[in-house]
Design a protein around this ligand. Structure first.
Ligand code: PMV
Length: 325
């Protein structure tokens, strides 16, 4: 990949602070299949990662109580910490000197829950660093660099997460094709329920890859069936048929279970959401823990109430809602 510019950036005189932010996302249908070139449907959510770059007197550092309590991570050499490695990579790309930059990361997007936090941090970081060095970045370059950046967190991202985070809204994504924005005539609500389990996207993706090697016919037929559900979900969404969308999400959960990425805890949250009136519910993201996403027409409060009674952290998000509602 080409570096941003031939002219190294100078932090002298002290550069003004610059910020960048990016949302998180949920996957409505199609995780894992998307790694193998199948389509997936995702939706950005209004939970954000924020990055600030500011001039200070010392070698470059990353300060982020949000990522790691009390940590001040040096950014002058490659690091084992993925966020630090990301900034080291970006500083090299934008030719930032090794001194006089302090990076702060905060936000309200939960980390490591399948909500796209690594893509969100990657995109927010690129926006902040490019603004700090006063080199505006085109949307195309942001997408290309975002994919490289996300590789610091897990080796072979499909591109779904960072593309959704960049474009926002509801997006149909397939590798090698331009993303398509999907607009539903019917507004809806999503409830995100947190299973609390630890998870690593890379390990979950590697697990599916191993199962694909061991049982190619079975896994391939599951991936084909996921494709069918994604395609039907797009038709349902575009015609405002939220019941049909919910049914496709429920079916997708069965496929994810068969792929081996669900857990008893995720299954319990899916059941909780459906029993509270959700039109559909499934795990979202790589699985093995992380979150469940539930679709509600207007009854999100019932799902939230059921989650609260069960002691499950949850929040709701309105999609396509008219402004001010
Ligand atoms: O769990 P997340 O938010 O990192 O989502 C992973 C989605 C996968 O399809 C499993 C992997 C990918 O790169 O698309």
């Amino acid at each position: 990949m080409q570096r941003a510019d031939a002219q190294p950036f100078s932090t002298f005189p002290a550069a003004p602070p610059a910020t960048g932010s990016a949302p998180g996302k949920v996957i409505l249908l199609g995780e894992h299949g998307v790694v193998y070139g199948y389509p997936a449907l995702a939706c950005a959510i209004p939970r954000f990662t924020r990055v600030q770059c500011e001039w200070y007197d010392g070698p470059n550092v990353l300060v982020s109580p949000f990522l790691q309590q009390g940590a001040v991570i040096p950014l002058v050499s490659p690091s084992a910490s993925a966020p630090a490695a990301l900034f080291h990579f970006l500083f090299h790309h934008f030719q930032v000197p090794t001194e006089n930059v302090r990076v702060r990361v905060d936000g309200d997007l939960p980390v490591g829950r399948g909500l796209g936090s690594s893509a969100s941090l990657s995109v927010a970081a690129i926006r902040a660093v490019s603004a700090f060095v006063q080199r505006p970045i085109s949307p195309e370059a942001l997408l290309e660099l975002g994919l490289e950046a996300e590789k610091h967190f897990h080796g072979t991202p499909s591109g779904l997460d960072h593309t959704t985070v960049v474009f926002e809204g509801v997006l149909l994504f397939q590798q090698g094709r331009p993303p398509r924005r999907i607009v539903s005539p019917a507004p809806f609500e999503l409830v995100v329920l947190d299973s609390g389990g630890e998870r690593q996207t890379g390990a979950m993706v590697a697990g599916v890859r191993e199962r694909l090697k061991a049982s190619p016919a079975l896994i391939q037929s599951l991936l084909e069936s996921i494709r069918e559900d994604v395609e039907q979900a797009v038709i349902a969404l575009e015609s405002g048929d939220l019941n049909a969308l919910g049914q496709r999400m429920n079916h997708n959960q069965l496929q994810l279970q068969a792929l081996g990425v669900s857990t008893p805890r995720l299954e319990a949250l899916v059941t909780l959401a459906r029993e509270a009136g959700a039109l559909g519910a499934k795990l979202s993201g790589a699985g093995g823990g992380g979150v469940v996403v539930a679709l509600a027409l207007t009854g999100a409060h019932r799902v939230l109430e059921a989650a609260r009674e069960a002691g499950v952290p949850a929040f709701s998000v309105r999609v396509n809602a008219p402004a001010g509602s």
